[in-house]
Design a protein around this ligand. Structure first.
Ligand code: C2E
Ligand code: MG
Ligand code: MG
Length: 589
């Protein structure tokens, strides 16, 4: 069997370039088609091809006169032209020992004459060739024709590189993009042995989004251009700036850096607002820095971006990459990627119930449902860890549906057993920014013929509302049904009095961080006493959560709290244990 042409010495580098420059697109390129048509016409040849020689086969970027899109490399004529990167002309393949047994000579398309010019990269590697083929033998071509074939091959290369450079540009800014940044990192590292890469996070995607909403897309684009200009002026002249995501720029410094000077300069400069169409906009910049010394290929951009995000989130200015950011991200990634499976699985998610007691009677008439996730590999994972992650993804609605379903099932079961207990479930902003959740809730209550007052919602504003009107509308629907709504974690985060007055709620649940310090912190003591008085005065029911000891319990009771919840009274427990707890009247106030 004929194995075809021997491999050129530079084969592995050559294949790398083929992979970089010649994606096997499915779409035809009209320019390549035009070049093969011109070649066929000019040389009056039935077949013309742009052939890319890959590891095991040659494939055609454009072709005329044959049906096949590729052939095995062993049958490739073009593979021979790789050996010396020179034009190749075969006058009659039948009398050439290299080709006379070739399947393309002995069978269709019965090649006799073949001429090619190599497709050469700047660094002298050949990707394949532009060739034309005849099914009858020919005399050698003239020097003028040979020059013409070379020109056409150069045209092919110009197109290959042109398409490539278009793929490298971030259109709105005209800067090189992330793809090019990655390639330049690799190249500079090979040349220099050590580099530092930087990611400059100029703002949060949410802020940029808000700017687009408030001032329009073209304003946001101009703002990014103004930021680009400012960054350009701050970098050394030989340093290229890249745009690596909608809100991030990147650059690299070759060699080892002893003292970080660029980052403080950038941070200092952005303390002054960026002017865009006369409007000053203050950016919250974070810079991530990743020194790379070895050639151990890693996901460098992800690492440096995680450092930049951490720098901006923590208001630190700039931050050298620390492997612990990565560990946190990896864990978040692992959790999120297994969460949808957990929602479908039978045995990973479960609810526990924590008693809430009325004051001053001490009767337990309600419980809070709290989710638990038993991860098959990582063990039990706290909702305080996975709920905030899920909230940032499209998984949250399915998770809330799962909880709603489990809560309704439990409420139905308890009702059948004659146990009168209200169940409170936790919802977040996202659950109320569309009617879907409340629609499902109403449907389920009706299907089970469950009175609405058996349910209560605890609403946490863990992320800022983007659509407050819709949230108010959904809360109003719930209240009209008779479902009680409490504001959870009151006294922290975004919740405040103005915000409270805009929401149709009847209950505030004071955050446990305020309650648990009551006996040790005088300031908290005064604050909580005032909060309880104010909220009660305004007609709200007030709940204290995180009641861990008798002293705290006595205080909140004396100050007029309507309800209390905490480890002192009862920890979150499985439904069966909760029933037993209720039946044994386990807590006496
Ligand atoms: P939360 O709604 O404020 O729930 C109270 C949290 O405090 C629970 O933590 C509870 O176990 C804990 N806790 C209760 N009493 C005490 C106490 O005396 N001392 C201390 N130190 N802690 C106490 P858990 O179960 O880890 O839940 C954390 C948060 O996760 C919840 O805070 C809630 O915001 C969220 N969450 C839990 N389940 C769900 C759910 O089904 N859906 C949604 N959206 N969020 C949930
Ligand atoms: Mg809660
Ligand atoms: Mg809470």
């Amino acid at each position: 069997m004929d194995d075809g042409a021997p491999l050129p010495q530079t084969e592995s580098k050559r294949l790398e370039r083929v992979a970089q420059l010649c994606a096997r697109d499915t779409q035809e390129d009209p320019v390549f088609n035009k070049i093969v048509a011109m070649t066929s016409e000019y040389f009056n040849a039935p077949i013309a091809l742009i052939s890319i020689v890959d590891k095991h086969e040659q494939w055609f970027k454009a072709r005329i006169g044959i049906e096949e899109c590729s052939t095995p490399r062993s049958a490739s004529f073009c593979a021979y032209s790789l050996l010396d990167n020179q034009p190749l002309e075969i006058l009659d393949a039948r009398s050439d020992p290299r080709f006379k047994a070739n399947i393309l000579v002995t069978g269709a398309p019965f090649i006799r004459y073949y001429a090619s010019a190599p497709l050469l990269t700047d660094d002298g590697l050949s990707l394949g060739s532009l060739c034309f083929i005849d099914t009858v033998a020919r005399a050698p071509m003239s020097a003028q024709d040979a020059a013409m074939l070379n020109h056409l091959a150069e045209l092919v290369m110009m197109r290959i590189m042109g398409v490539r450079s278009r793929n490298y540009i971030d259109q709105p800014t005209g800067l090189f993009n992330r793809l090019r940044f990655e390639e330049d990192i690799r190249e500079t590292l090979t040349r220099e042995g050590a580099i530092r890469i930087y990611a400059v996070d100029v703002t949060s995607p949410k802020f940029l989004n808000d700017v687009v909403k408030a001032l329009g897309y073209s304003f946001a684009q101009d703002l990014i251009l103004a930021i680009k200009q400012r960054l350009h002026a701050l970098l050394p002249p030989e340093c290229l700036l890249y745009k690596i995501s909608p809100t991030r720029f990147g650059f690299l410094i070759a060699g080892r850096v002893d003292r970080e000077v660029i980052s403080p300069r950038i941070i200092e400069s952005f303390k002054t607002a960026v002017d865009c169409h006369g409007i000053p906009i203050l950016m919250h910049v974070g810079i991530g820095i990743l020194p790379i010394n070895g050639n151990d290929e890693q996901d460098w951009l992800r690492l440096v971006i995680s450092a930049a995000d951490a720098a901006r989130d923590r208001g630190l200015g700039y931050l050298l990459y620390d492997p612990t950011f990565d560990a946190t991200q990896q864990r978040a990634f692992t959790l999120l990627s297994s969460l949808s499976q957990a929602i479908r699985a039978e045995d990973q998610l479960r609810l526990v119930f924590q008693p809430k007691i009325n004051l001053p009677s001490g009767r337990c008439e309600a419980v809070e449902a709290l989710i638990r996730w038993d991860h098959p590999l990582l063990g039990t994972i706290s909702p305080a860890e996975f709920i905030p992650l899920a909230e940032k993804t499209a998984l949250m609605p399915s998770l809330t549906s799962w909880v709603l379903n489990a809560v309704i099932n439990q409420a139905t079961l308890w009702r059948k057993r004659g146990l009168v207990l209200k169940i409170a479930m936790n919802v977040t902003v996202g659950d109320l920014e569309s009617p879907a959740f409340v629609d499902t809730l109403i449907g389920r209550l009706e299907a089970e013929q469950l009175p609405a007052d058996r349910l209560e919602l605890e609403f946490t504003e863990s992320t800022l509302m983007t659509n407050p009107t819709e949230v108010v509308q959904q809360l109003t629907r719930l209240r009209n049904l008779g479902v009680e709504v409490a504001i959870d974690d009151f006294g922290t985060g975004y919740s405040n009095w103005i915000y409270l007055s805009t929401l149709p709620t009847s209950t505030v649940k004071l955050d446990q961080s305020l309650i648990s310090n009551l006996t040790t912190n005088e300031k908290d003591k005064r604050l909580v006493k005032n909060l309880i008085e104010l909220a009660s005065g305004l007609g709200y029911r007030v709940v204290a959560e995180g009641v861990e000891n008798q002293d705290i319990f006595d205080l909140v009771k004396a100050w007029g709290c309507h309800e209390a919840q905490g480890y002192l009274i009862g920890k979150p427990m499985a439904a069966k244990d909760l029933e037993a707890w209720v039946n044994s009247h386990a807590f006496t106030a």
